[in-house]
Design a protein around this ligand. Sequence first.
Ligand SMILES: Nc1ncnc2c1ncn2[C@@H]1O[C@H](COP(=O)(O)OP(=O)(O)OP(=O)(O)O)[C@@H](O)[C@H]1O
Ligand SMILES: [Mg+2]
Length: 431
Amino acid sequence: MSSCFREWELPPQLREWNTLSCGLIRGGEDREQRIIGWFHPCVALRIRPISMAELEEGATLIAHKVDDQMVVLMDPMEDPDDVLRANRSREKSYMFDVAFDFTATQEMVYRATTKGLIEGVISGYNATVFAYGPTGCGKTYTMLGTDHEPGIYVRTLDDLFRAIEATSDNMEYEVSMSYLEIYNEMIRDLLNPSLGYLDLREDSKGVIQVAGITEVSTINAKEIMQLLMKGNKQRTQEPTAANRASSRSHAVLQVTVRQKSRVKNIMQEVRVGRLFMIDLAGSERASQTQNRGQRMKEGAHINRSLLALGNCINALSDRAGGKYVNYRDSKLTRLLKDSLGGNSRTVMIAHISPANSAFEESRSTLTYADRAKSIRTTVKRNLLNVSYHIAQYTSIIADLRGEIQRLQRKIEEQGPRPARTDIRRIQGDCR
Ligand SMILES: Nc1ncnc2c1ncn2[C@@H]1O[C@H](COP(=O)(O)OP(=O)(O)OP(=O)(O)O)[C@@H](O)[C@H]1O
Ligand SMILES: [Mg+2]
């Protein structure tokens, strides 16, 4: 199975070839970002299993995975006996970084798309994973999954804490999370819905922030899972004709990891990595969902923000054409600005149904996903240089003493080391 992460295997000299701005040493905090290179998003495609409803309608299969990277969408109107239309077939094949069909397990999807991002996040790089596609095609299944088949959220958090644990002898970590939904163009805090609707703000460095959002700090995987489950219960979800549990909002789970060395220094480097995991609401046609009233209004908002997302993908993939990228058309695109065209390693998992009845939706999703492959993001390591005032030196020295004692205890616990062979004695023996 191919995976999205060939780029992390770049030679080290290319990984850190440029320094954008350097922190000044003057007692305080300085932000610094080091470019490590240009990246294309990893674009994966998942074809979900055919559903009971589709089978009952007599649907046929038109979307097929040909190999690990190729998918073919057949033309449902094509008649093999119609020689006059033989050259007008709309059948088309598409290539992605990785393709999955009904045989793919949640673990396979996670391993090939997201697992490779974790190492970067804990050492100061931003990453985004988002699930995209029409309603009822499996976005929430991929991201959230079920109790028996957990999705990307749970698997990523599990591995993230495992990676932190494995390096915590030398590194100190702080992990915080926030979870929000964009419902009818309004932002709601899923960890604390009573806060009402929140605003988006851009700070002086151009970083988009959600003003007043609850950021929960934890270093405990179990705690973060409980918060996630609590947040999911608050998410707006309603039955439609296309999906019994249709997400009516875009959900954004953000995990921030701050890493610093346990070895104290006059200037401490803090690496800040942010991971966004996004389960988008699906694009929908009113006729397909049979929505009326509130559901129809939600559908219009969902489609509008997905259209804005599509327009950004279009403009970004045509950089040579110098198109203006309009992030300001929706809250979703403003929030995804960095993930789409800025400082982030991005994974997009597009979803389609295999059924002939979904041909038009599948075709437009495949076209967008195909275009997204040519976007380019600039990945930088986010560093925060914290320099200490002279008065803080005494506490640094105390910390260092503590660290020495801790290491000494560790050496003692490990017991006596085998005596080193004396090289002079060996040389003497040889003579
Ligand atoms: N790979 C899969 N394996 C098994 N069942 C799946 C798979 N993908 C989707 N399903 C099932 O299909 C149904 C619709 O999936 P899901 O709710 O994830 O769609 P969605 O893309 O999130 O839709 P919406 O945009 O309406 O929220 C669910 O019952 C889900 O369990
Ligand atoms: Mg959903």
